[in-house]
Design a protein around this ligand. Structure first.
Ligand SMILES: O=C(O)CCC(=O)C(=O)O
Ligand SMILES: [Fe+2]
Length: 376
């Protein structure tokens, strides 16, 4: 498995949880929720649609009203749609078109020159079958990148560090001539979603009865991996419980929360509080937001890191663009004092944000790919 790499927090006085422990803990969590019955449930489960318009109001009471809806969603399924989020449909449509162009227009050799096996930080192109969860390889194809100061409308604070604590940026991009406008379009989309994430984080803080700005200082040079994903059309047909053509296996996301844009073909399936698979069909004009591991750890499990998967059961290709919003990678994630008591001690020892994400990413690369230091 992944070679031990010195944590950027190694000299810190905080006693960080070890890699093996949190990887095992994540597996246990998944197994405790996902049963062997893998089919879609026909039962009704409403994923809330939250109108963000009042969250942009100067009135704190208006913002708190949205935050309390977020709390309700986070203490039930951990999934919600957001509408009136301030990002125009043309920016979203353009981003999805860029995804389509990347997968259709870029020849194999060009994609291969950006192959993720050449990145120790999981950036670049991942062909289908590159990752596997629970022994099943996945049909999705993707292209991954992370935060760049040039993308950040605030300009950042000049202190960005990567997942492994290094100061260099690990992104890889197609040459401009190979895919004209791709980098510029991604920059535009990423910058807007990043600011939306910072806005949402303030609402998450309010939802936890914290000062609205509680997390601000942790997101001055935030980690934020984003990716475009392509799920080919095809089997299994609706009703099948055969999961051979799994697009993306059951998992939780690693960071604070995820903001997901997707094309019109459904495919995302979420685990309801009753541990049944529910389709999260796209709602036009919305993003899907889901709670991820850091928020579960901060809240001592009150907000559950959601479990989800993707199966494209349609005859259309599906594209999606998840944005995994993290705090600065050199920060520590430690259970909030307001979420622990003598009777309810912390279940989650502190972790270094970047190292945790890198270890979780290393853990899903298929054996034999090498290059990332994973699975060796
Ligand atoms: O493609 C999707 O709808 C979800 C993607 C996802 O869950 C992920 O990339 O972690
Ligand atoms: Fe995910």
């Amino acid at each position: 498995m992944a070679a031990a790499v010195a944590s950027p927090q190694a000299s810190s006085s905080v006693n960080l949880q070890g890699r093996d422990e949190y990887i095992q803990e994540a597996k246990n969590y998944l197994h405790s929720r996902v049963s062997k019955d893998t089919g879609l449930s026909s039962k009704k489960f409403e994923i809330p649609v939250i109108d963000l318009a009042p969250s942009f109001s100067p009135s704190l009471a208006d913002r708190i009203s949205v935050a309390s809806k977020i709390r309700d969603a986070c203490t039930s399924s951990g999934f919600f749609y957001i509408t009136s989020h301030g990002i125009s449909s043309s920016v979203c449509d353009s981003a999805l078109k860029l995804a389509d162009r990347f997968f259709k227009e870029l020849p194999f050799e060009k994609k291969d020159s950006l192959h993720m096996r050449n990145s120790s930080l999981h950036r670049g192109w991942e062909p289908s079958e590159f990752t596997s969860l629970e022994g099943q390889s996945e049909t999705k194809e993707g292209f991954n990148w992370g935060y760049e100061e040039a993308f950040d409308p605030t300009g950042g604070d000049g202190k960005y560090v990567e997942l492994d604590g290094s100061a260099t940026n690990g992104n890889m991009w197609p040459a401009e001539d190979d895919l004209p406008g791709f980098y510029g379009g991604i920059k535009e989309y990423y910058g807007q979603v990043l600011q939306l994430a910072r806005h949402l984080f303030r609402l998450f803080a309010l939802s936890l009865d914290l000062p609205e700005t509680h997390f601000d200082a942790m997101t001055t040079h935030p980690g934020g991996i984003a990716r475009i994903l392509y799920y080919p059309a095809g089997a299994p047909q609706a009703g099948d419980t055969d999961m051979q053509d799994i697009g993306l296996g059951a998992h939780s996301d690693y960071e604070c929360f995820t903001i997901l844009l997707c094309s019109s073909a459904p495919g995302l399936e979420i685990l309801s509080p009753n541990n049944e698979w529910i389709s999260a069909a796209p709602v036009p004009g919305s993003f899907i937001v889901n709670v991820a591991d850091f928020l579960m750890r901060w809240t001592n499990g009150v907000y559950k890191s959601t479990i989800h998967r993707v199966v494209n059961r349609t005859q259309d290709a599906r594209y999606s663009i998840p944005f995994f919003f993290s705090i600065n990678y050199d920060e520590t994630v430690e259970t909030l004092p307001t979420c622990v008591s003598e009777d309810n001690p912390s279940k989650y020892p502190p972790i270094n944000a970047g190292r945790y994400i890198l270890d979780r990413l290393n853990d899903v690369v298929v054996e034999g790919y090498g290059g990332t230091g994973a699975s060796q």
